[in-house]
Design a protein around this ligand. Structure first.
Ligand code: F0G
Length: 410
């Protein structure tokens, strides 16, 4: 049987208990999966023949056998061999796992399909989250799919338009809080404690992490049953790096992979409490009161899952690095123009981080590296339009078009 456990004092809670923080010490929880059941299932023909997706790994998910899954076909995203980008950065074995290919355009769907399925299983009729944009877009879609009420709290002024439009069209109640993400998260945590009928689906909810661990599983399977040498991922609230590490660790425990990758987290320079802690060998973060970056998705000063993230980085002998806004936007353009992969700025931070770590000699040129790009570029079209070459307006005449292209008329 799977159960929930506090990451600090190891107090245990039932799998169907609605509890977000340990009642004994106040720390966050994780799911201890029943790997015995998974070990049997992964050897079956049904498992081997099922398509790559989050629910291929149902045997790893703490969801009741009788539960109907709330799904929009999530996971099974491309792992793209990126030779041209590798060449540009001086790497021989580079891959991009493009999570923008998920139904709402980000990795959040992996967590939400499991989180909302659990919410329905527990009888919840109203779900809530705070978000820099993608979590709210995803929760709104899955709540609509499940036919339950959805409320999202977003920071004022800073949310990318694509994401806002998703939450709105899916019918979520959108509250724009006059404050930043960390403040909005503070409110939803209190709200969910105070009103027990509202189910919280930020990544503090360990069922979200369970869904997101499938990202690690998929990469191993796409690499023929091997983990990469290094995994690079943008870090905001720090749920995803923790989840991916859990995925790799569970595959390792089952003997499905023979080594673990170095987990490498990238934060924007203006909001990098985890990088600071890792670099100073501290086991505690100092929250950033006013985080700032063009990568609004990771504009987070007090990441909830910081302890899990630091543990993943240290245990895997990985590292963490900061990147400037300029480096992020350069990387976004580079990836779009030499690999055809359009990602939002936060996602491009993994590429920018890779570039910096290669330059600084931290990453070996022969390492097999997987960069996770977390969200689709269309989430934030304003940035792309601002950065790209402006359209050239021409008269509706062949000669004017040829002229603009520098082609001689025949
Ligand atoms: N990349 C993108 C595109 C994101 O939207 C987020 C987080 C991250 C990376 C960081 O992931 O928080 O698990 O470390 N976005 C959240 C949101 C906070 O509300 O959409 P993390």
């Amino acid at each position: 049987m799977s159960f929930q456990e506090c990451i600090s004092c190891h107090e245990k809670y039932g799998i169907d208990e609605i509890v977000y923080f340990c009642r004994k010490c106040g720390d966050i929880l994780e799911i201890k999966s029943d790997l015995g059941k998974a070990a049997v299932t992964v050897k079956s023909v049904g498992y081997r023949e099922s398509a790559l997706s989050v629910w291929r790994y149902r045997c790893f998910m703490p969801i009741g056998d009788a539960s109907d899954v709330v799904s929009l076909s999530e996971g099974g995203t491309g792992l793209h061999r990126s030779e041209r980008l590798g060449e540009a950065l001086g790497l021989s074995d580079l891959w991009v796992k493009n999570e923008g290919e998920n139904p709402t355009g980000s990795f959040k769907d992996r967590g939400m399909t499991v989180g909302v399925t659990k919410a329905v299983e527990l009888g919840a009729r109203h779900v809530i989250c705070a978000s820099t944009g993608n979590t709210s877009a995803s929760l709104a879609a899955y709540a609509a799919r499940a036919g339950i009420r959805c409320t999202v709290l977003i920071p004022s002024g800073k949310i990318a338009y694509g994401k806002l439009s998703q939450a709105m069209i899916h019918g979520a109640k959108v509250l724009q809080v006059r404050g930043n993400f960390d403040e909005a998260l503070g409110f939803v945590l209190k709200l969910a404690e105070k009103h027990r009928s509202i189910y919280l689906l930020n990544s503090i909810n360990p069922f979200r992490i369970e869904g997101q661990k499938s990202l690690g599983f998929e990469i191993c399977e796409q690499l023929g049953g091997n983990a990469p040498d290094r995994l690079i991922v943008p870090v905001g609230n720090a749920g995803n790096i923790s989840a991916i590490w859990k995925g790799f660790s569970e595959f390792y425990q089952l003997g499905l992979i023979s080594k673990l990758p170095k987990m490498t987290g990238i934060q924007a320079a203006g909001s990098a409490p985890i990088v600071k802690a890792v670099k100073s060998h501290s086991c505690k973060i100092v929250p950033v009161a006013e985080p700032e970056t063009v990568a609004t998705a990771i504009r987070i000063g007090a990441p909830v899952s910081w302890k899990k993230a630091i543990n993943a980085i240290n245990e895997s002998h990985g590292t963490a690095e900061t990147v400037t806004d300029e480096e992020i936007l350069d990387a976004q353009k580079l990836l779009a123009q030499i690999e055809g992969i359009f990602v939002e700025p936060a996602s491009a931070s993994s590429i920018a981080g890779l570039k910096k770590l290669v330059r600084n000699g931290i990453i070996n040129k022969n390492e097999r590296v997987v960069c996770v790009t977390t969200g689709h570029g269309l989430k934030d079209p304003d940035i792309a339009v601002k950065m790209g070459e402006k359209p050239v307006e021409v008269d509706a005449e062949m000669s004017a078009i040829e002229n603009a292209l520098g082609i001689k008329s025949k």
